[in-house]
Design a protein around this ligand. Structure first.
Ligand SMILES: Cc1cc2nc3c(=O)[nH]c(=O)nc-3n(C[C@H](O)[C@H](O)[C@H](O)COP(=O)(O)O)c2cc1C
Length: 555
């Protein structure tokens, strides 16, 4: 009878020490105006880790390319049920992967050549790997496959045995190779890996939408179960090479009625079925120069899972999109701006539409999970028609508006700007030219001041992390999702965005009046009209393989 309270105390102590590790990691990996977080002192670009993980000794299935033939509009891709679903087949899975983790171009400048992908990544280092778990999908062997984006192929890691009568189903597992980021960014790398995972989750949601499918986070699976499911705990496959950290599992739903069944019934892959594992992961960096042990510590402390608390979306009016952009053009065309036109002014309509896309609605990307919004953007508006330059807030949850009011500077205005659509919770905090502040706060990057607006994603922080340290990962995923929505919304409007991971955490908090850790900025972003560098050559993603029109519509 006394066992339970003792067990609960042990669990509570473990939870609190995990939270302490996370909070300490977060504090020590802040950049400040006087000191950058610990990272390598020198970088040899010629020895950067191989950006492509692959497994030697696996059966490979070449996937078809052909996403360019899809006619779904961006608005339809964001709205569940607006187009009939494609059948779940190997051809459609090829398009899903092409539009999420696939390459979108090769770039060449002088002797340098690098790949770009549909999902963005801090430093273009791409720590996120994708695994495909399939059951009865025509053309794909049942079991676990690794997606290798350079060649657009599946590598079969382990077959699974399933009943031929079970419906066709698909899950995507995501993992991070932390060394890819740590190689360049040192201790702060864990944060960037998590933001990249959020972008990848968003990339799958939008790609699924282009096929008339849904994508949802599977909540009832722990990090350890996920590692086993993706074969990441297999020492034989990873001995002597960089390990991968299990992140999350996405259920892809071609037919929405199977959602609940899918979450309960993830097919196993592995020796328990009597099927052997195949493949050995490649070595990505033969000469690692540094070690960053805190990354392993924060990774261990944030193992776990979380369950969403809210399935009721607030009753916002439906999104009104005027852009006729094709989803595939938006997804394949997405790029990070490296420079902005500092004279360009964005229309108020576009600004408000972009903000509308950030509200928690049953639309892409927010319908990927049931978690209440915890990320609240603070905008630094430079040039938006009819809006005074200054600092604005968009609390994405009514309770957050009260909490922010209590935390931010007392002399902020909290006024709704004239012309704001009635349902949009936008408030002006301060009228000021904030270009210099934005640039300085973002590690002196001009993309934060030459854009039309920059933003800081303030997250509800310490209480959330103390309640469940795993949420440290998930808060970053939400910030990454918000960034992904901004990337694609901007692209659909003929504009461009850039994620900003390099900013001075506490200097920014101080400007906003934040002293404690109830809120913390986890990611920044910037949007405007991009200037492109014509000296950089753009080459096809898969030379000789891209299929040509005619375009395809769904059922
Ligand atoms: C989490 C994250 C942080 C980033 N931080 C910065 C940044 O601080 N400065 C910058 O110029 N670009 C930043 N980027 C943009 C990346 O450099 C860009 O995504 C990458 O080079 C790939 O290019 P693409 O987005 O055009 O595909 C960031 C991207 C992500 C996803």
């Amino acid at each position: 009878m006394y066992d339970e309270p003792v067990a609960m105390n042990v669990a509570a102590t473990q939870a609190s020490s995990a939270a302490e590790i996370v909070l300490a990691y977060h504090a020590r990996t802040k950049h400040s105006l006087t000191r950058y977080a610990a990272g390598p002192e020198t970088l040899d670009w010629d020895t950067q880790p191989n950006p492509f993980r692959e497994f030697a000794g696996c059966a490979r299935t070449e996937l078809e390319l052909g996403a360019e033939r899809l006619t779904t509009s961006f608005a339809e891709a964001c709205t569940p049920g607006s187009v009939g679903p494609f059948a779940l087949t190997i051809e459609a899975v090829g398009k899903l992967l092409e539009l999420s983790m696939g390459l979108s171009a090769w770039k060449e400048y002088g002797p340098d050549r690098w790949a770009l992908r549909c999902n963005p990544s801090s430093g273009n280092l791409h720590p996120t790997e994708a695994y495909v778990l399939s059951r009865n999908v025509p053309g794909i062997v049942d079991g676990l496959h690794h997606y290798q984006s350079r060649d657009h192929v599946l590598e079969l890691r382990c077959r699974s045995s399933s009943s031929p009568d079970a419906p066709a189903r698909l899950w995507i597992g995501l993992s991070s190779v932390q060394w890819r980021e740590a190689w360049k960014y040192g201790e702060r790398a864990f944060r960037y890996c998590q933001l990249d995972v959020g972008h990848a989750l968003g990339a799958f949601r939008y790609a699924a939408g282009a096929l008339g499918w849904r994508a949802t986070l599977v909540e009832d699976v722990t990090s350890a179960e996920l590692a086993a499911l993706m074969g990441l705990d297999r020492t034989d496959a990873f001995s002597g090479v960089e390990r991968e950290d299990a992140e999350l599992l996405i259920a892809i739903e071609a037919a929405p009625s199977t959602v609940a069944a899918a979450e309960r019934n993830i097919p196993g892959a592995g020796e328990s079925d009597g099927n052997p594992w195949t493949g050995r992961a490649n070595l990505l960096d033969p000469r690692p120069l540094y070690r960053w042990p805190v990354i392993g510590q924060v990774s261990d402390a944030t193992q776990g899972r979380g369950t969403g608390t809210s399935s009721d979306f607030p009753n916002y009016p439906s999104l009104h999109r005027t852009s006729e952009s094709c989803a595939v053009d938006v997804i394949l065309g997405r790029r990070s701006a490296q420079r902005f036109d500092s004279k360009f002014t964005m229309s108020a309509d576009i600004f408000y539409r972009m903000l509308d896309g950030l509200l928690d609605r049953p639309n892409a990307p927010w319908d990927v999970w049931n978690f209440s919004p915890r990320v609240h953007p603070i905008f630094f508006v430079h040039r938006v028609e009819g809006l005074e330059p200054g600092v604005y807030a968009l609390p994405r949850h009514p309770a957050a508006a009260h909490a922010l009011h209590a935390q931010l500077r007392r002399d902020f205005e909290w006024e709704t700007p004239a012309g704001t659509p009635a349902h949009l919770p936008l408030v002006r905090l301060l009228r000021t030219d904030c270009r210099i502040i934005a640039r300085t706060m973002n590690c002196h990057q001009a993309i934060a001041s030459d854009s039309c607006f920059a933003l800081s994603m303030l997250c509800e922080f310490e209480p959330i992390v103390r309640a469940n340290a795993w949420r440290y990962r998930q808060l970053h995923w939400e910030a990454g999702l918000l960034g992904h929505a901004l990337y694609l919304e901007a692209e659909a409007e003929g504009l461009r965005g850039t994620g900003i991971g390099c900013y001075f955490d506490d200097a920014l908090h101080e400007i906003l009046g934040i002293s404690g850790t109830q809120f913390q900025a986890l990611y920044h972003f910037t949007v405007g009209r991009a200037l492109t560098d014509d000296r950089i050559l753009t080459l096809p993603a898969y030379p000789g393989r891209r299929m040509q029109p005619p375009r395809e519509t769904s059922a």
